[in-house]
Each structure stands twice: as structure tokens, then as C-alpha cells.
Design a protein around this ligand. Structure first.
Ligand SMILES: Cc1cc2nc3c(=O)[nH]c(=O)nc-3n(C[C@H](O)[C@H](O)[C@H](O)COP(=O)(O)OP(=O)(O)OC[C@H]3O[C@@H](n4cnc5c(N)ncnc54)[C@H](O)[C@@H]3O)c2cc1C
Length: 272
């Protein structure tokens, strides 16, 4: 049995296949306790904070308490977690909008981000441009469904590698000056890459920064976390869920994340 084809495929995989999805936290809520204290002093009340609350959770609780000025003798004995759960149960979820995060997501496909950017409310996006960025060295997200069928992996790689070569050929043919090292104008470059990118597949890896508030993230997880056939979405939803478990577990009231029977994570939501 020759091992050469396997070595070749392994090399192609290393060159073509994107790393697993990764979620980086670029920014998170910070609460300015000096200002909170100044305010409480100005109005002559105290706020008994839960010791284990995270900054995002404190911010949400504080904003919620402002609605009723439930500080001092008017403060209920609820912990921060109970307070936020109560807000969610009462559908007073606008308070969760005060806490927002900025994430960088890598190792995801353009097909995936096309779905992500449909979330209009409480989300902002900045995505790698295929007009400005040369995609000659792009990597590709192999669908989990293909990975489950090893016999299909080499076919998939061959097709993707061919498309990447064609991308380079189209860009080169549209830029006859390139061999003479003549720089094309920025707009000509944009036109060339715009034309060449039309043959890039949905699997093309992309990078996207997105900011979202607590309410919008709950909506995203509830809508997208448990669609059994959408494995890439489920993987990302699980990453978001596990990061939020560290950032502000109280806002995840009603959500659970686990490994589904198919071996991939799933984020379920039960309305309280
Ligand atoms: C299983 C599934 C299949 C899908 N299939 C398709 C498909 O085939 N084709 C397709 O195009 N999309 C499809 N989508 C995308 C879907 O239609 C939504 O665009 C996407 O899920 C974002 O959800 P959203 O609109 O609730 O989120 P957001 O845009 O973040 O909106 C949040 C909420 O705000 C309110 N809202 C937002 N905008 C308006 C508005 N203009 N008017 C009134 N209320 C508003 C709604 O209550 C909405 O739920 C699919 C989504 C899922 C989960």
C-alpha cells in the first residue's frame, strides 16, 4: 500500500484547510465604580453588590435598579444572578443591551458569515474584504459533513485547490502589467479582485469582528444554537455560549450547552 497519496493529501490539507473556528474577546464591559459611588453618594443610598458578579452583570443590575431606584432600603435581597434572571423572566430584556462585547471570529466560512450578518439588531460587523485582500493564499473551511466521509475528502480538496488556482489565473490574466512589475491603481486592483473572487467558494475562510449586546447575543443563541443540521453555526454558537459563561453567566438564563448525540455541540434554549 502506497502512503504517497496520503502524504500528498496531508500536505494539501495543511495548505488549504482553515484552522478550527476561534473566538477572541477584543472588548468587554468595564464598570466605572468611582462614578457609580459618586452617584450613590449624591442620592444618599447604598447598593449591596453580589461579590461574585462580573462587570457586565453589575452593569446590567445597576441599570435595572435605576428603573425603580431599588437601592438602600428598597433593595431586594436578590443576588445579582437572581436579579438578572428575574429581568429576563419579566421580559425586561432591554436592560441587557447595556452590556456589549466585541469579538473576533476566525476559521469560519463565508457561508457562515452570510448567515451571521443577517442578525441586524444589536450587532455590528467588520469583515475581511475580498476586494482589498488578495485571496490567492486563502484557506477553506471543510464542512463537518465532508469530514465524516473520508472518501469524499480528497475530492473536495482537489476541487477547492483547483478553484484557488483559477482565482490566481483570473487575477493574473486581468493584470497584464503584473509581469512588468507595474503597479495597478487601487481601483483597478479592486476591479480585478472583484472579478476573481466570483469563483471563490462559500467555504472560503474569513475573519470577522462583531460587536453585540447581551440581549442580541441571547437572541442569536436561541435562534441559531440548536439547528441540528447547521454544524458550523452550532460550533460557533457553542464558542459564544462558553465565552459568555465566563463573561456574564447570569445572562444565559435558560440556555444549556452540551455535546449532541452526533458528537457536535448544541446550545439549547428553554423559555422561562
Ligand atoms: C432555520 C433558519 C432558516 C433560515 N432560512 C433563511 C432563508 O432561507 N433565507 C433567508 O433569507 N434567511 C433565512 N434565515 C435567516 C432569518 O430569516 C433571519 O434573517 C435571521 O435568523 C436573523 O434573525 P432576526 O431577523 O430575528 O434577527 P435580527 O435581525 O437581529 O432581529 C432581531 C429581532 O428584531 C425584530 N426585527 C428586526 N428587524 C425587524 C423589522 N424590519 N421589522 C420588524 N421586526 C424586526 C424581530 O423581532 C427580530 O426577531 C433563516 C434563519 C433560520 C434560523
Amino acid at each position: 500500500v502506497s502512503v504517497v497519496p496520503h502524504v500528498e493529501i496531508a500536505n494539501e490539507i495543511a495548505d488549504l484547510i482553515a484552522d478550527d473556528p476561534a473566538l477572541y474577546v477584543l472588548a468587554r464591559p468595564v464598570i466605572n465604580f468611582d462614578q457609580v459611588s459618586s452617584f450613590l453618594k449624591d442620592v444618599g443610598v447604598k447598593w449591596e453588590r453580589s461579590r461574585d458578579a462580573k462587570p457586565a452583570e453589575d452593569l446590567i443590575e445597576f441599570a435595572g435598579r435605576i428603573c425603580y431606584m431599588s437601592f438602600g432600603s428598597d433593595q431586594s435581597r436578590k443576588t445579582n444572578q437572581e436579579y438578572i434572571h428575574h429581568l429576563i423572566k419579566q421580559q425586561h430584556e432591554s436592560v441587557l443591551e447595556h452590556a456589549s462585547w466585541t469579538f473576533l471570529l476566525t476559521g469560519v466560512s463565508r457561508a457562515f458569515t452570510h448567515q451571521l450578518v443577517r442578525h441586524r439588531v444589536g450587532f455590528s460587523f467588520s469583515q475581511l474584504s475580498q476586494q482589498y485582500h488578495d485571496e490567492a493564499g486563502a484557506k477553506y473551511v471543510m464542512p463537518e459533513e465532508i469530514k465524516k466521509h473520508p472518501a469524499l475528502v480528497s475530492d473536495w480538496i482537489r476541487l477547492i485547490a483547483g478553484l484557488r488556482r483559477e482565482y490566481v489565473t483570473i487575477a493574473a490574466n486581468l493584470n497584464p502589467n503584473e509581469s512588468e512589475q507595474v503597479r495597478v491603481t487601487k481601483e483597478k486592483q479592486r476591479a480585478i479582485r472583484s472579478a476573481a473572487r466570483t469563483i471563490l467558494p462559500n467555504a472560503t475562510e474569513t475573519k470577522i469582528v462583531f460587536s453585540a449586546n447581551g440581549r442580541a447575543l441571547r437572541h442569536f443563541l436561541a435562534k441559531r444554537g440548536a439547528i441540528v443540521g447547521d454544524l458550523e453555526m452550532r460550533r460557533v454558537a457553542a464558542l459564544v455560549h462558553s465565552q459568555l459563561m465566563l463573561e456574564a453567566p447570569a445572562i444565559l438564563s435558560g440556555f444549556t450547552s452540551r455535546i449532541h448525540e452526533d458528537g457536535y455541540p448544541i446550545v439549547n434554549h428553554v423559555k422561562e
